[in-house]
Write a protein that binds this ligand. Sequence first.
Ligand SMILES: Nc1nc2c(c(=O)[nH]1)N[C@H]1C(S)=C(S)[C@@H](COP(=O)(O)OP(=O)(O)OC[C@H]3O[C@@H](n4cnc5c(=O)[nH]c(N)nc54)[C@H](O)[C@@H]3O)O[C@H]1N2
Ligand SMILES: Nc1nc2c(c(=O)[nH]1)N[C@H]1C(S)=C(S)[C@@H](COP(=O)(O)OP(=O)(O)OC[C@H]3O[C@@H](n4cnc5c(=O)[nH]c(N)nc54)[C@H](O)[C@@H]3O)O[C@H]1N2
Ligand code: SF4
Ligand SMILES: [Mo]
Length: 658
Amino acid sequence: MEFQCPYCGVGCGLYIDEKGKVKGNPEHPANRGDICKKPLYLPKIYEKGRILKPYIKTENGLRDSSWEEVYEILARKLSSLSPDEMYFYISGQLMTEESYIINKFVKGFLKTNNMDSNSRLCMASAVTAYKLAFGSDGVPCCYEDIDDADAFIFIGSNASISHPVLFKRVLNRRRKEEKALIITIDPYETETARKSDIYIQIRAGTDTALLNSVLYILYEKGWIDYEFVFKYTEGFEEAIEEAKKFPPDVASEICDIEVSDIYLLANIFRKSKKLISFWCQGLNQSVNAVMKNLALINLHLATGRLNGKGCPFSLTGQPNAMGGREVGYLSNGLPGYRDVRNEEDRKFMENFWRVRGIKEKPGPTITEAIDLILEGKIKLLWVVCTNPAVSLPNLNKVHKALDKVFLVVQDAYWNDTTEFADIILPASTLGEKEGTMTGSDRTLTFCGKFKEAPGVAKPDWLIFKEMADQMGFRGFNYESVEDIFNEFKETTKGRLCDISSLDYKSLPARWGRRWLYEDLKFPTESGKAKFHPVTLQIPKENGRFIMITGRLKNQWHTMTKTGKAQELLKGEVPPFIIMNPEDAKELNIQEGDKVTIVSDRGKTERIVRYGNVKRGHIFAPFGYPMEFGNPVNVLVSDRVDPLSKEPDLKYTGIDIIK
Ligand SMILES: Nc1nc2c(c(=O)[nH]1)N[C@H]1C(S)=C(S)[C@@H](COP(=O)(O)OP(=O)(O)OC[C@H]3O[C@@H](n4cnc5c(=O)[nH]c(N)nc54)[C@H](O)[C@@H]3O)O[C@H]1N2
Ligand SMILES: Nc1nc2c(c(=O)[nH]1)N[C@H]1C(S)=C(S)[C@@H](COP(=O)(O)OP(=O)(O)OC[C@H]3O[C@@H](n4cnc5c(=O)[nH]c(N)nc54)[C@H](O)[C@@H]3O)O[C@H]1N2
Ligand code: SF4
Ligand SMILES: [Mo]
C-alpha cells in the first residue's frame, strides 16, 4: 500500500510491502525510491501509547466514555457558546480532507474564524512573505530544479537532518557537477553546514543585515539584472534605499562575519548559472521573520533568479502544511487559496457550502488565543493533531490557559496536552485511514489504509463528520474520503492551486506548472513581483547567551511517535544543549555536566555537549516531553513577528548555572 511519509515536508512517497517493511516508492517524483531513517520504524510504533477510547475528566481523574456520549456533550457545549468563545487548533500533519472538513465545520457552520494551525509556529512567515512578493504562497519551482542547479544556499535550514532526502539530492547534484557549491548560513555549525563547501557563522537574528548588504553590493557593482527588474518587478528603489544602510563593513559588524563572505554571496548571486536558496525556521521563527524572507526574495528578484535561473525555495516543515494552506486552515483562510477578508471569496464559499454569514475578520492566532483564554473570553479549546503543551512558546503561561479552558484533545497518542484535557478523543493515524497530502513542491500523494486502528479510534475526518451530523449541520453526508476530496477539488477550479482535474486514485501529481510563474506574470494586483524595503529588528533579551532552539536528527517534534523506537532515541536522550567549548570553559563547565538554563520566563535542566555553535549562543533541541523535565519552551518568549504573527522561537536570552 502506498502513502506519503508522515514526517517532513519533502513528502516522500513510501509504501509498505507484504512483510510489513516500509520502503521508498521508486515511482514517486519527490524521492524516486529514497527514504530516510525515521519512517523505517513506523510499524514498530503503531501500538505503543495509543489512546484507545474516548475519555472524560472527572474529579477522580479520567473515566471511560463512548463516542455517543462525547458527541452529545460536545454538541451541547458548542451550542451553548458564542462563536467567539470557542477555538480550534489544528495541524499540518492532518490530511487535506481532514483540514477541509474541520475548516468547513468551523468557519462555515459554527461561523467563527477562531481557528489556527501549528503552521503558525512554522510556515506563517514564509506564507506571508511569498504572498507579499509574488501574490501567492506556492513554491515557485520544484525538486527537479535541483538537478541542474550549480549553487545552493541553505540559510536558517538544517536540511541534512530536517529534509534529508532533499539534501541528499543536492549532494548528488554536487557529486555530478564539480563546480556546484553549497553554502550554509547558520549560527550553529550543523550537519548541513559541515557537509557544505562554505559555512558562514552568522550571529542569530541578524540575517536582514547580511542580505541587505548583499543587495547593496549587487547595486554598487552594477550586478543587477535591470531588464528583469524593470519588466517584471516593482518597488526596487525603495528596497535599495534600505539596503544602502548596510554597506559590507556595517553588516559584517552586525552579523559578526567577514566582509569577504558578503562579497562571496554577492558573487554567487551574480555568477552562478542556477541558484536555489533554501530556507526554513532560522528565517521563519523570528520577530524579523517576514523581513528575513523578503530580503532573500529581493536578491532573487534583483538578479532575475527565477525559473531556469533559480528559485527562493521555502522548505515546508510538516508533511501536509501545503495541503492545509490549500484548504485555508489558518485563521484568515478559506479553501482554494481564498481569504475571509475578501467578499467575493466569502460569497463563493457561502454559496458552495450553502451557508450564510462567514465572518470577515480573521480570528486570533494561537498565541493570541492563549491570552484570550486567560482573559476568560475563549472558553473551549479543541486541539487536533498537535501537542501545544510542549510546542508553544512561553509554556508556563500556556499551561495556565490549558488548565483554565474546557479542553478537547483529539490525538492518536497520549501526550502532555492530554494531561490537561477535559475530553479526549482517540484518533486513528496514517495507515489506519486514507486521504491525500501535498508536499513542499506542490505534489499531492494518496495515502492508503493498510491496517485497522486500535480500540475505537476513528479517522479525524469521520469524527468531524459525525460531530456535524450530531449538530444537525447539513452538507456532511460523505460516505468516503474520496467524496470530501472531490468536494474540495471543486473549490480549486480556476484558482492558482487548481486540482480540479486530478483524480483521487491517480496520484501523485503536482498542481501548477513546473515553474509556477513561468510566464513571469504574478498573481499580484499589478501582475508584477514586488521588492520590499527590509529592516532589521533584534529583540531585547536579558542573559549572557542567546538560546537557539531546533531539531533532533531522528526524533519528530514532541516524540509521541519517534520517541517509541529505541533505535531512533539513540544519542538523542537525555536532553542536552550544545555549547561552544570556549564559552563553557569560561563558566568552568565540562562536557557532560548538568546545568540549569534560565530565562526571564522559566528554567530547566540540560546536559552540556560541546559543538561549534557561535560564541554567546547555545543550541537546544525543543521537543523533549515533560517526562524529561521542563521543555525548553518554558524559557521561550511568545512575542511574534508583526506581519505573520509567528513566534520568535529562536532568540531567547538565557543564563547558564552549573
Ligand atoms: N528530524 C526531524 N526533521 C524534521 C522535523 C523534526 O522534528 N525532526 N520537523 C519538521 C518541521 S515541522 C520543520 S518546520 C522543519 C524545520 O527544519 P529546520 O528549520 O531546518 O530546523 P531547525 O533546527 O528548527 O532550524 C534550522 C536552523 O536554523 C538555525 N538558526 C537559528 N536562528 C537563526 C538565525 O537567526 N539565522 C540563521 N541563518 N539561522 C538560524 C538553527 O541554528 C538551525 O540549525 O523540519 C522538519 N523536519
Ligand atoms: N522552541 C521551539 N518550539 C517550536 C519549534 C522550534 O523550532 N523551537 N518548532 C515549531 C514547529 S515548526 C512546529 S511544526 C511545531 C510542532 O509541534 P507539534 O505539532 O505540537 O508537534 P508534534 O509532536 O508533531 O505533534 C503532533 C501530535 O499529533 C499526534 N498525531 C499523530 N498522528 C495523528 C493523527 O492522525 N490524528 C491526530 N488527531 N493526532 C495525530 C501526535 O501524537 C502528536 O501529539 O513545534 C513548534 N515549536
Ligand atoms: S525526507 Fe522527510 S518525507 Fe522523506 S522519508 Fe525522510 S522524513 Fe519522510
Ligand atoms: Mo514545523
